[in-house]
Design a protein around this ligand. Structure first.
Ligand SMILES: [Zn+2]
Length: 278
């Protein structure tokens, strides 16, 4: 148990470090493999011992060894968040076959959130990566269904539901508001997310994202932080909701439970004489 937590956190920190590279380079169209990590100011290569997640930031006192340029607190923060996300996935899936694929799911959503927040774009590479990974590992994603063939089918339905429902929203939105309400990036992202969580949960995630997005958007307008015309990136809400629904039951299970509780309540307080008939 302790060993597993240690390994998962370590992987989380290392992937968090790689997430930082992707977040900085992908929206700037730079290669994510070459060259190695460099200081954004003096461009000097950062050696491996100055590139250890979180620790190097502390030892270097948040400054570049070569030029003394301040290192943003975002770097260790992303590394820590990534490690926490990996631990959350571990708490859900244990040390199982499906754990690496859900860690990569969380890793991709973290990068997408950071990039969309800053640049209002979602890199296609990650959405495509999610589609391939989700479909490719669906046969042992035992959270989707019991049998292998049903899991693959569920994953595929997830892709259609995630992408399709946003296409509908995009078309209807454009027709009503006469401008783009939904980006193509959001559509591809949710198609990818759907392959991991199936059609019910992906629709649930989109619903939650719209709900949280509207609440935040309306409060920002009310408190005059933004004007009505300014667009807010929808990607971060979609990403957070996609992670959130992993911890929630399927909508059909929630509805079933509500009906069951309601039935019990009615029987107990309004029709107690019927209770004996069951
Ligand atoms: Zn420097």
């Amino acid at each position: 148990m302790f060993f597993e937590v240690f390994v998962v956190s370590l992987f989380g920190l290392v992937f968090g470090s790689f997430a930082n590279v992707c977040i900085y380079r992908m929206p700037r169209d730079l290669s994510i493999v070459k060259p190695g990590s460099t200081c954004p100011k003096c461009k000097s290569l950062i050696s491996w011992y100055d590139n250890i997640p979180v620790l190097s930031y502390i030892f270097l006192k948040a400054k570049c060894r070569n030029c003394g340029n301040k290192i943003s607190v975002r770097y260790p923060l992303i590394e820590i968040v990534c490690a926490l996300l990996f631990l959350l996935m571990y708490s859900l899936y244990g040390f199982s076959y499906i754990l690496p694929s859900f860690c990569l799911f969380a890793f991709s959503l973290l990068i997408i959130t950071a990039i969309d927040f800053e640049f209002q774009i979602i890199p296609d590479e990650f959405s495509l990566f999610l589609v391939l990974l989700g479909l490719g590992t669906s046969f042992f994603n035992y959270f989707l269904a019991d049998t292998v063939s049903m899991r693959v089918l569920q994953s595929f339905f997830g892709l259609l539901a995630g992408g399709g429902s946003l296409v509908v929203i995009a078309v209807v939105g454009k027709w009503i508001f006469k401008k783009d309400a939904m980006g193509g990036g959001d559509i591809k992202l949710m198609a990818g997310v759907g392959t991991f969580i199936g059609w019910e949960k992906v629709l649930f995630a989109i619903f939650l994202a719209s709900l949280i997005g509207s609440i935040v958007g309306i409060s920002l307008i009310v408190f005059k932080k933004i004007s009505k015309k300014e667009a807010i990136a929808f990607g971060p809400y979609l990403a957070v909701s996609s992670l959130l629904v992993l911890f929630l039951p399927k909508p059909s299970v929630i509805i079933q439970t509500i009906f069951m509780l309601e039935e019990q309540f009615l029987l107990k307080y309004f029709f107690p004489h019927l209770q004996n008939l069951r």
